[in-house]
Ligand binder design. Sequence first.
Ligand SMILES: Nc1ncnc2c1ncn2[C@@H]1O[C@H](COP(=O)(O)OP(=O)(O)OP(=O)(O)O)[C@@H](O)[C@H]1O
Length: 694
Amino acid sequence: MINATEQEEREYLEQIKEQLTLAIRRVDEAVKQFSSELRQKKEYLHEHQSGMDDADMVAAGQSIDRMAFTGEASVARKRRLLKLMQSPYFGRVDFTTPNGVTTPVYIGVHSFVDEQRRHGLIYDWRAPVSSLFYDFELGDAAYTTPSGGLVRGRIALKRQYKIRDGRLEFVLDSAVSIHDDVLQRELAKSSDDKMKNIVATIQRDQNAVIRNETAPVMIIQGVAGSGKTSIALHRIAFLLYPHRETIRAKDVLIISPNKVFADYISNVLPELGEEYIPEMVMEELAADLLENRYPFQTFFDQVATLLERPDPAFIERIQFKSSTEFLSRLNQYLLHVENTYFTLTDLRVGSTVVPRALIQEKFRTLHRVPLLKRFALVAEAVRAHVRDAARRKLTGTEKATIGEAIPRMFRFHNVLDLYRDFYRWLGQPGLFRHDHRAGLEYADVFPLIYLRLRLEGISAYDHVKHLLVDEMQDYTPVQYAVLARLFPCRKTILGDVSQTVNPYSASSAESIERVFPQADVVKLLRSYRSTLEITAFAQRITPNPAIIPMERHGREPLILPCAGNAEELAAIRTLVAEFRDSGRQSLGIICKTLRQATHAHQALHDLGSIHLLTAESATFKEGVILTTAHLAKGLEFDEVIVPFVSARSYQTEVDRSMLYVACTRAMHQLTLTYSGELTPFLADAREVVTGDAG
Ligand SMILES: Nc1ncnc2c1ncn2[C@@H]1O[C@H](COP(=O)(O)OP(=O)(O)OP(=O)(O)O)[C@@H](O)[C@H]1O
């Protein structure tokens, strides 16, 4: 039976859809009009070209550009209207101002205005008034207008809707913030191949992060599945909204851990009506900053080496280069270089002697210029000095002599030589290993870039107006020091120290804050992704007593003991078959190493369409995916299988991190398999769950 409220809401929905249909028709007509005008204009131009002067041509060209631009805007508007036709709004608050006027405010992914009557029918979720929906329950409420004024009032009604394909699926009145039922329904759904927007169910603490407009640097430390990545993307959409005139999507840069992750998140912003946002993998940034001059190993290579051949000296190098102390030592070294690596001498050019003091003075006045860039400028100044003193032009040879003599007064000219010298200065030359064939070790890449930045200066990224860094725990203080210098813009930095794939180089929110003392640090403790059972299980691997799991239940995770490798593969086959019958969308089989994953991929080959995801993959697919924990970071699956969880396979701290990351990728169901002895990281979990394993 439909109640009166629902009846009313259905009728209202029909009215809105009619208005949307009319608006779409108007846009269509406008587009038609534009294109015919554009065609006429072009024809006119073509015919009258010979009689026009340059100025006329430029003016005509500009007017065509303007028309094309308006045409594009109309097409974008149509796209938004069509989206609204599918699902015009998801929330409503009835707001009563102190003078007793009550207005229903409908909230959707875009705004929609009744052009004739000039009032808002649907408000964009980012509009100031929409914050009422996220931040308040029934009763007293307020929101801030764009000009900073506070509008007070009362919320008399708060309602949530699910409208899909233009049909109302449910309507729910709620007294509390965002009704738990709606959130539960959203979370219980199957995942698909892309991350989705969460506008209908943003939680209050999340909303505070999204709408923070003041923090120059925002550091979000959030437990696995707390919505960090989702929030960061919504925050970008939010920041773009009021600043549309000054910031465009192309001015934002996302630094993501790999291409697959970039593909996985690529839908959220376009879903929110924003254009594609440029993204970059850390290694791409590094290669660019080193102008591809020095080949280097990747972060994947580093982690793979740690997993397969954990050599103590290699670990020591990584640990040292990931410390805050290391960054201070680099800074001290730079001072040392400035102070002691110049050997200034008098310089004779023809009959003129340029005194040492004068050269020193020239260097000093240029102290703001990066050191290795100063030589050319000092040489130029010295040439001018000689010219003035000798009252004649300099010969080519003389010019060259000066050009060569000045840099010779400094001990090094190449950043890599200086970097090597840094370790000598430290008294630890063994901490730098450079095998020319294998390339630089990953741990040396950013220290080298840092030196280059300080000594040569790089300014290629000044155009970026907002930087987003995901998986912050995997970057070191030196990397942050590079980002801080390279991107003076606002930043959102997010991650989870428990989910590091390399505990020897992990950064916590606190250590990152040391590089950005002006940052706002936010902690998110509620976990939305996994069932309570899965979250509790993962806690046994890496405990975090502060985590607050969602009250959503599912099957207990299973640990399946197997008699050997063949039996283990047979168990995985059965699990894959069960998954295929379950109606769920995604299954991740997450291994520790690529070697394990490749082995399993070959062994399960005959099952058909199991995608092996490697560091080279660029897209994320639905269905059954075989990959490593490192690559699965940031992704999620309806169901996860973690094979080979034996004591042999999982024993070091890096292994523990991998296991934690793998288990926290599961939304609804988690199964682990092993043969031989079970890893000690799951030893106490075993009592609880092997009973079910049967
Ligand atoms: N307010 C919310 N409403 C609905 N779903 C949410 C909400 N917050 C988070 N989620 C869902 O929880 C899951 C985890 O979100 P997300 O991947 O952004 O978290 P994360 O903190 O980046 O995770 P991790 O660090 O473990 O990779 C996603 O499916 C996301 O859609």
